[in-house]
Design a protein around this ligand. Structure first.
Ligand SMILES: Cc1ncc(COP(=O)(O)O)c(C=O)c1O
Length: 395
């Protein structure tokens, strides 16, 4: 997730000597869909139905169809989606949920909101997603769910994770917050586990005009419970069968998301083209490029390369007008909020290496060839020079 500073600043500084390239550009996206979006918003304003309602239902049906799930339940954020999905998986106080330390912290917030503790499996060094080989030994009597994260837009290795889960009777909940339209062996990310949880935060591949999220599932009973839970756990009006939440999706978000969903396939194709061009143009440089694992369809929410001198590269790119970001510099197990879990540096080496070395380059569907050329030229200028300097120091 980009920081709010990244989102607000939008474009790089005026002193930049070359074509400035923002990390992403929501204004360019808005300009491409202005008429349709404003019409949809006006329709909601006229309707006076502002929370849930027909606009949200229409979006839910369209998104379920898009990912290939039977049900979609719209909520007010990706974090809420994860929280409700975990409750439906039976996660409660004192339980454990296996997840990864290299993620945005909302993944583990949701576990904590359910009263459970995160138990970490490191990510694998190629896909940066949950390493299934680490999972089985972490399972205890208290394990109630496995929560892989489809990091940067690439699905985790769901086959072995589902197999381990089914052998132990433990559901898999997919954190698909960054993976709209991604795929695993031909199936839509989010549809293989008990539930798939999506975020529609504005900078996501499918972003609302504010906060929104959704859970998808094939299980009708789970879907019914999700619908109740997001709306104060009402089975019918003023009948509250369990602890509920106000996690409803706004109508305005449903309407905006429906407009954007119609463009998502073409936006994803643009992301995939840009990523493959970066891979071709930068593949020979001494930095570790991201990779699309066999059998997985990556939707390139983020293009993250690794280099030990990441901070210096970032600074030099900024001087050349190229805005970059970090996803994520501090893995969750080393966050102060989780100090009580007692982890130390060295516990999850792959996640820690990503934290130290990750650098996200600009990649968004509206990015022009000139903008991408400017990034490629700047990276090709900066990285070899900085890498040579490192070799000299190391010697
Ligand atoms: C991996 C991951 N999980 C969960 C979330 C939470 O989504 P939201 O910000 O919509 O609550 C995000 C989004 O920022 C995310 O990137």
């Amino acid at each position: 997730m980009a920081t709010s500073t990244d989102q607000q600043s939008g474009r790089a500084g005026a002193l930049a000597p070359r074509l400035p390239v923002p990390f992403f550009d929501l204004k360019a996206q808005f300009d491409g869909i202005r008429e349709d979006l404003l019409d949809a918003l006006a329709g909601v304003a006229e309707s006076t139905q502002y929370a849930l309602g027909p606009e949200v239902e229409a979006f839910e049906a369209a998104f379920a169809d898009f990912v290939g799930a039977r049900h979609c339940v719209g909520v007010n954020s990706g974090t809420s989606a994860l929280h409700l999905a975990l409750i439906c998986a039976g996660v409660g106080p004192g339980d454990e949920v296996i997840t990864v330390p290299m993620t945005f912290i909302a993944t583990t917030w949701a576990i904590s909101y359910a009263g459970a503790n995160p138990v970490f499996a490191d990510v694998d060094p190629v896909s940066y997603t949950m390493d299934p080989r680490q999972v089985e030994r972490l399972i205890t009597r208290r394990t109630k769910a496995i929560l892989p994260v489809h990091l940067y837009g690439q699905p985790a290795d769901l086959g072995p994770l589902l197999e381990i889960g089914s052998r132990h009777g433990i559901p898999v909940i997919e954190d698909a917050a960054q993976a709209h339209g991604a795929g695993y062996e031909g199936r839509g990310a989010g549809t293989l586990g008990l539930c798939g949880c999506f975020s529609f935060y504005p900078g996501k591949n499918l972003g609302a005009l504010g906060e929104a999220g959704a859970v998808v599932t094939d299980d009708t009973r789970v879907a019914d419970r999700l619908r109740a839970l997001r709306d104060h756990a009402q089975s019918k009006r003023y009948h509250h069968d369990e602890l509920g939440f106000n996690y409803r999706m706004d109508a305005i978000q449903g309407a905006a998301l429906a407009v954007k969903l119609r463009r998502l396939d073409s936006w994803t194709e643009a992301r995939r083209r840009l990523a493959s061009r970066y891979l071709q143009a930068l593949g020979d440089l001494p930095m570790q490029p991201p990779a699309e694992a066999t059998g997985r369809r990556h939707v390139w929410h983020l293009f993250v390369a690794l280099h030990p001198k990441r901070d210096l590269i970032r600074q030099k790119l900024e001087e050349r007008g190229v805005q970059t970001a970090l996803h994520y510099p501090i893995p969750v197990h080393l966050q102060k909020a989780y100090a009580h879990l007692g982890h130390r540096p060295g516990d999850f080496p792959v996640s820690e290496q990503i934290g130290r070395e990750c650098l996200s380059l600009p990649l968004f569907p509206e990015m022009t060839a000139e903008q991408q050329d400017a990034v490629i030229a700047a990276v090709r200028e900066v990285v070899p020079e900085i890498s040579r300097a490192r070799d000299t120091i190391d010697e």
